[in-house]
Design a protein around this ligand. Structure first.
Ligand code: AMP
Ligand code: GLY
Length: 416
C-alpha cells in the first residue's frame, strides 16, 4: 500500500485526489495545501505549493511513496528536480521541461524546429522594434508575454492603439516582470484541449475536452479561469485527433527528448481547428483546469498505476477510459472575475448526485461557505453530452446560495 502527496489546492487537485482515492493501491492521501472539499478525502498539509524545501521535508518525514504535482508554479520553481535529486518518485516535469509552458518563446522555438503546426510569430525585447512590427502588421494582433502570467499575459489587440498599450504594459512597465513578448498571427476556429500523459517519447492520450473561458453565456464577458468544461467533442473528427496526437503531442514529446529535457507528466495542447488545419495556441506542462475535473472521472485504469509508472519512467499498458460524456459547471461568486465577497452560505451541495470538486470553499462550524472567485464545480455524466448536460443542469438546482452564479450554456458547442 502507498502513501501519496498531491501538491496544489484547487478543483483540479480535488479531481486528482478523488481519482487516487479510487485506487486499491493507495492507503493514505495528503494534499498540500488542499481545500475544504479535498479535506473529506485527504489529510491537508499546511505547506505552500511553491515551498520546495517544506514539501521535500514533509515527503521524507512521512515516507511518501508518490507525489503528484498539480500547478505550474510548483513545477517552474523546480519541485520535481528537488524530489528526484532526493530519490523520491514524483509525477511532473523538471524545471527545464516546464519551459514548454513557462516560456512562450521556448515553446515556439520547439514547434518551429520539430515542425509542429502553430501561428507564425516574432519575439521582441525592445519596445520600439515591437511597435514598428505591429504597425506594419495585420489586425487583430496577438501579443503574448513570454513568461508565466496566470492566464493574463495574452492581448488580442484590434487596433494599433490597443497593441501599443499592451506592448507598453509588458515591455516598458514590466507588469508581469522583465521579459520578452511574442507577437503572433491571429488564428480563427474552435479551440479544444488535448491532454496526454507523457514519459519521454511515450504519449498516452486522454479524452478531448473544451473549456469555457468567458464569464457569461454566449461566450461573452471577461476571461476567467474557466467556467465549465465537457467531454467528448463531436466537432473534432478521428482524423483530427490522430493528426494532433502524432504531429503535435508526440512530435513535441520527441522534440523535448532530442533537446535533452524530456517531458514526464502531462502535456496539455491548447489547440485550434482552423480552416487550414489543427494549430497549437499554447502548451501547458500540467493538467488543465477545469478540463481535468471532467476527464479524470472517466479514467478506468488504476490512477495510482498511471501516475506511478510515469513518475518512474516505466511503460504503461493502454489506458482505459469509460466511453461516457461529462459536463461540469462552475459556480462562481457574484462579481468574479472582478471583485467579489467571501463567506456566503452554500446549501444543498450534499443533495447533488454527481461529483462536486471544490475550488474556493471554507467549512466553518459545519457550514459550507464561499471562499474564492470560482467556488466549486458540479459534474455529471451521461451516455452523451446532451444527457450529461440535462443531468447537471437538473441537479444544480439543488444547490443554493445568495451570492453564486453559473453559466447556463456549458457544452453549447456540442449541443446547438
Ligand atoms: P493562451 O494563454 O496562449 O492560451 O491565450 C489565451 C487565449 O487567447 C486563447 O485561448 C485564445 O482564445 C486566444 N489566442 C491566443 N493565441 C491566439 C492566436 N494566435 N490567434 C487567435 N487567438 C489566440
Ligand atoms: N483550462 C486552461 C488551463 O488550464 O490553462
Amino acid at each position: 500500500m502507498n502513501k501519496v502527496l498531491v501538491i496544489g489546492g484547487g478543483g483540479r487537485e480535488h479531481a486528482i485526489v478523488d481519482a487516487l482515492s479510487r485506487s486499491p493501491q493507495v492507503s493514505q492521501i495528503f494534499c498540500a495545501p488542499g481545500n475544504a472539499g479535498i479535506a473529506a478525502q485527504a489529510t491537508l498539509v499546511n505547506i505552500k505549493d511553491t515551498d520546495v524545501e517544506g514539501l521535500l521535508q514533509f515527503a521524507k518525514e512521512q515516507q511518501i511513496d508518490l507525489t503528484v504535482v498539480g500547478p505550474e508554479a510548483a513545477l517552474s520553481v523546480g519541485v520535481v528536480d528537488a524530489f528526484r535529486a532526493a530519490g523520491l518518485p514524483i509525477f511532473g516535469h523538471t524545471k527545464a521541461a516546464t519551459r514548454i509552458e513557462s516560456s512562450k518563446e521556448f515553446a515556439k522555438e520547439i514547434m518551429m524546429k520539430y515542425g509542429v503546426p502553430t501561428a507564425g510569430y516574432r519575439s521582441f525585447s525592445d519596445f520600439d522594434e515591437a511597435l514598428a512590427y505591429v504597425k506594419e502588421g495585420d489586425y487583430p494582433a496577438v501579443i503574448k508575454y513570454d513568461g508565466l502570467a496566470a492566464g493574463k499575459g495574452v492581448v488580442i489587440a484590434s487596433t494599433e492603439e490597443e497593441a501599443e498599450a499592451a506592448l507598453r504594459d509588458m515591455l516598458l512597465d514590466a507588469s508581469f516582470g522583465e521579459g520578452k513578448v511574442v507577437i503572433e498571427d491571429y488564428l480563427e476556429g474552435p479551440e479544444f484541449s488535448f491532454m496526454c500523459f507523457v514519459d519521454g517519447g511515450r504519449v498516452y492520450p486522454m479524452p478531448l475536452a473544451q473549456d469555457h473561458k468567458r464569464a457569461y453565456d454566449g461566450d461573452k464577458g471577461p476571461n476567467t479561469g474557466g467556467m465549465g468544461a465537457y467531454t467528448p467533442l463531436p466537432f473534432i473528427t478521428e482524423a483530427d485527433e490522430r493528426f494532433a496526437l502524432e504531429k503535435v503531442l508526440k512530435a513535441t514529446a520527441e522534440g523535448m527528448v532530442a533537446e535533452g529535457c524530456p517531458l514526464s507528466g502531462v502535456l496539455y495542447g491548447g489547440l485550434m481547428k482552423t480552416k487550414q488545419g489543427i494549430r497549437v495556441i499554447e502548451f501547458n506542462a500540467r493538467f488543465g483546469d477545469p478540463e481535468t475535473e471532467v476527464i479524470l472521472p472517466l479514467l478506468d485504469t488504476d490512477p495510482f498505476e498511471v501516475f506511478s509508472r510515469i513518475a518512474k519512467g516505466q511503460p504503461l499498458p493502454p489506458i482505459r477510459w469509460r466511453k461516457e460524456a461529462t459536463v461540469g459547471v462552475v459556480l462562481a461568486s457574484n462579481g468574479y472575475p472582478g471583485t467579489y465577497e467571501k463567506g456566503h452560505l452554500i446549501e444543498g451541495a450534499d443533495a447533488f448526485s454527481g461529483k462536486i470538486y471544490h475550488m474556493g470553499t471554507k467549512l466553518q462550524d459545519g457550514k459550507l461557505l464561499t471562499n474564492g472567485g470560482r467556488v466549486m464545480m458540479c459534474i455529471m455524466t451521461g451516455k452523451d453530452v446532451k444527457e450529461a448536460y440535462d443531468n447537471v443542469y437538473d441537479e444544480i438546482q439543488k444547490i443554493h446560495s445568495d451570492n453564486l452564479f453559473y453559466r447556463k450554456d456549458i457544452a453549447h458547442w456540442a449541443i446547438d
